[in-house]
Design a binder for this molecule. Structure first.
Ligand code: BJW
Length: 237
């Protein structure tokens, strides 16, 4: 990489990057499942109240995601990782489409929909059953399993968060792609980068609370706009 501004690049992705793969976003019109909003299901309280309902939602999403393929935006980030000296991909998504596209190192802020955790022993296991054999899913020890994801009001993994903050604090360029930028602490990463002198570029279908802080807002679908932006950045524009 010859251009100094691309020495250290951080990309924060949200649900919008997977939208063109067919994964519903959280807050768009397609974010509704039955009559529920995602915000009402992605909480420990919802799980305690009705674990079967919450597992039905995850089982439905797992089935849907299993049939989705990474798109051109995911693939562009694979190329960025290969070509940038110092590159960190931070995602809020739990769909694992970055890994499936070929990204090697992905900081998964909110966990993975393909991992489950025992509510008694805390043990995390990979689970790719589609559909799940039992709802609510149960551990061999008999306790309920839960998705190994971060719900509202729950803390993010400390090591994961530290890695994300460290990358945001030291990057030259931060791209925020397909996130509504309202869920914290993820939403604070681009503004942290900006406050430390990074160039901030946002890619989204619409403006977000982040837009006023961005040096550039690219409006359009990520699968179309990110490859074009990457080509431009490599030319030093
Ligand atoms: C396209 C596109 C295309 C469409 N191309 N673009 C500070 C201030 C205020 C509140 C808080 C705060 N700090 C913490 C909080 C509380 C809370 C929070 O942020 N609340 C806000 C809603 C106000 N945060 C938490 O509770 C977090 N925990 C925490 O901080 O612990 C300590 C603490 C607790 C309580 C108080 C204080 C401190 C945990 C957050 C966990 C979020 N979990 C979820 C579910 C994950 C599991 C799962 O997937 O099932 O994470 S919720 C959901 O939102 C999911 C997402 O990762 C996350 C972000 O959504 P995202 O990715 O931005 O998606 P959308 O749908 O919102 O937006 C899509 C965007 O794409 C849109 O802009 C579209 O326009 C765009 N788009 N198609 C480009 N083709």
């Amino acid at each position: 990489m010859h251009n100094r501004i691309l020495n250290s690049v951080v990309v924060l992705t949200g649900a919008g990057i997977s939208a063109e793969s067919g994964v519903p976003t959280f807050r768009g019109e397609d974010g509704l499942w039955r009559q529920y909003r995602a915000e009402d299901l992605a909480t420990p309280q919802a799980f305690m109240r009705d674990p079967t309902l919450v597992w039905e939602w995850y089982d439905w999403r797992r089935g849907l995601i299993a049939n989705c393929e990474p798109n051109a935006a995911h693939r562009t980030l694979v190329d960025m990782e290969r070509r940038c000296e110092d590159f960190t991909l931070i995602t809020q998504n739990v769909d694992d489409l970055h890994h499936r596209a070929g990204s090697k190192r992905v900081v998964q802020l909110h966990g993975s929909i393909w991992q489950v955790r025992c509510t008694s022993e805390g043990i995390v296991q990979e689970n790719h059953d589609v559909p799940l054999r039992q709802l609510p899913a149960r551990c061999a020890c008999g306790a309920a399993l839960r998705p190994h994801v971060v719900w509202f009001g729950e803390s993010l993994d400390g090591t994961v968060l530290e890695e994300a903050y460290a990358a945001a604090e030291s990057c030259d360029l931060m791209l925020a792609v397909g996130t509504s930028a309202i869920v914290h602490p993820a939403a604070s990463l681009p503004t942290i980068a900006k406050s430390r002198g990074a160039r901030l570029i946002e890619v989204n279908l619409e403006r977000t609370p982040l837009s006023p802080y961005a040096d550039e807002v690219v409006l359009g679908p990520a699968a179309e706009e990110l490859p074009k932006l990457w080509a431009r950045l490599q030319e030093g524009v």
